[in-house]
Design a protein around this ligand. Sequence first.
Ligand SMILES: Nc1ncnc2c1ncn2[C@@H]1O[C@H](COP(=O)(O)OP(=O)(O)OP(=O)(O)O)[C@@H](O)[C@H]1O
Ligand SMILES: [Mg+2]
Length: 107
Amino acid sequence: MDAVADLPPGERRIILEARRIGKEAEIVVRDNGHGISPEALGLLFDSFYTTKAQGMGLGLSIARTLVEAHGGCISAESHPRKGARFLVRLPLGDKNSGEACEAPDPR
Ligand SMILES: Nc1ncnc2c1ncn2[C@@H]1O[C@H](COP(=O)(O)OP(=O)(O)OP(=O)(O)O)[C@@H](O)[C@H]1O
Ligand SMILES: [Mg+2]
């Protein structure tokens, strides 16, 4: 919501997708906001990393802790001027390694 706040209300897009892929659930959250700089991409999930005046920098850190506690993985990618894309994969059966996801498929 913060990332798209600079756009006119009618142009803001936050798209949620969920699908089953084999033994995993895949959840994608993508937006058409300002995107993420290459430097920030490596820091997003660190506790207290924020670029916002009012931010705590805890949202994505907590998200990663929760996802990994369930044996899943979470990753982010961003293209200049195309917004951000977050990918969560969760095992539907046995837990897997909980390591970072590989780069999401460009779907
Ligand atoms: N959808 C997004 N588009 C662009 N940048 C993002 C997006 N989501 C997160 N970020 C960047 O990642 C940083 C960390 O996000 P995170 O949710 O962990 O903390 P926060 O939103 O700054 O604060 P909090 O969630 O604790 O209120 C943000 O400050 C922002 O720079
Ligand atoms: Mg946040």
